[in-house]
Design a protein around this ligand. Structure first.
Ligand SMILES: NC(=O)c1ccc[n+]([C@@H]2O[C@H](COP(=O)([O-])OP(=O)(O)OC[C@H]3O[C@@H](n4cnc5c(N)ncnc54)[C@H](O)[C@@H]3O)[C@@H](O)[C@H]2O)c1
Length: 307
């Protein structure tokens, strides 16, 4: 395989398991030195562990370079230290992949405020904290040199955030916020030359295996199937490697879905139909009728009110 990331340093959060683990292996395979960050929690965010060491070992066994890190992405002090460590130990940080995540699914009537807060904390605050820490570094570099920097942030959103999913009124809004963070941050970082994009991945991981009826997950490097498997959690990793590379310097503020063999460019919240009222304020009753007929197409024209 051609190497897109020689000489680059990449941080992948939550890369001890699943999709993040696959990204770490992919970026290392492209020549990046990877900081394998993982707090080592359960799927719902309990406990800590050293699973990041296992991934570093796999990367080293394959001839790559990596170091492990056990920081909690929701902890401000730990995230700032993590980014400082990248600079002090590896000399730079070019790529940040915000992937760490937890789920605490319940219908809203059974969900505690703690379930809401913890999910928002890891996904939204976590992605924001790493982004702020590295943005500060890149801005300093850009100011000192008077030039644009090489910087790539790749966030992780989800169909649950973009389309909604039952039982996920914490996770869905968190993932929607990450799409919003991506767009806003891409505008801010454009001035210093860094890009910010998001992927919406898929795959059978220990997280998605929590859904009823799913089989147990196998880590991406432990899979033995030779056949193409649409549930392979590494299928989005080539998108991450490309977005992280010099090849994608012109791509920013975008959301790309990687599901199975299909890679799709997504665009959300653009008007699909507009009604105007000839320069006048709308009346609510008339608006409802016009929307039903002309926008939703749900009522026969003969039932139009207020004409
Ligand atoms: N699996 C899917 O189908 C799917 C679909 C869409 C989006 N995603 C997203 O992909 C990402 C990876 O999910 P996955 O399915 O591989 O899950 P996973 O549970 O296999 O991996 C998530 C990792 O994040 C780590 N983590 C959790 N909290 C952390 C914290 N505070 N600090 C550092 N690390 C922490 C966990 O220890 C774990 O290793 C998540 O952001 C998830 O929302 C997954």
């Amino acid at each position: 395989m051609g190497k897109l990331l020689e000489g680059k340093v990449a941080l992948v959060t939550g890369s001890g398991h699943g999709i993040g683990r696959a990204h770490a292996l992919e970026l290392a395979g492209h020549g990046a030195t990877v900081i394998v960050n993982d707090l080592g929690t359960s799927v719902s965010g309990e406990g800590t562990g050293k699973v990041a060491d296992e991934v570093v070992q796999v990367i080293e066994d394959r001839g790559g370079r990596a170091i492990s890190d056990f920081s909690d992405v929701g902890n401000e002090e730990q995230v700032d230290l993590l980014v400082e460590r990248a600079y002090s130990q590896l000399g730079r940080l070019d790529i940040v992949v915000n992937n760490a995540g937890i789920v605490r699914d319940r219908a809203i009537w059974n969900m505690s405020a703690e379930d809401f807060d913890l999910v928002m904390r890891v996904h939204v605050r976590g992605s924001w904290l790493t982004s702020r820490a590295v943005a500060r570094k890149w801005r300093e570099e850009s100011k000192a040199s008077g030039e644009k920097v090489y910087g790539r942030i790749i966030n992780t959103t989800s169909g649950a955030g973009l389309q909604g999913h039952f039982g996920q009124t914490n996770y869905g809004p968190a993932k929607a916020a990450i799409a919003g963070l991506t767009q806003t941050l891409s505008l801010e970082l454009a001035s210093i030359g860094a890009t910010v994009n998001a992927i919406s991945p898929g795959g059978l991981t220990r997280m998605s295996a929590t859904m009823p009826g799913r089989p147990a997950a196998v880590e991406p490097d432990q899979r033995t199937d030779d056949e193409f498997d649409p549930k392979d959690p590494s299928l989005g990793s080539p998108v991450v490697a490309w977005l992280a590379s010099p090849e994608a310097g012109h791509v920013s503020g975008q959301v790309i879905k990687a599901l199975g063999e299909n890679i799709s460019w997504l665009r959300g919240w653009t008007p699909i139909a507009t009604v105007s009222n000839n320069g006048k304020r709308w009346d609510a009753e008339k608006l409802g009728s016009v929307f039903a007929i002309d926008v939703f197409g749900t009522r026969a024209a003969g039932l139009r009110l207020g004409d």
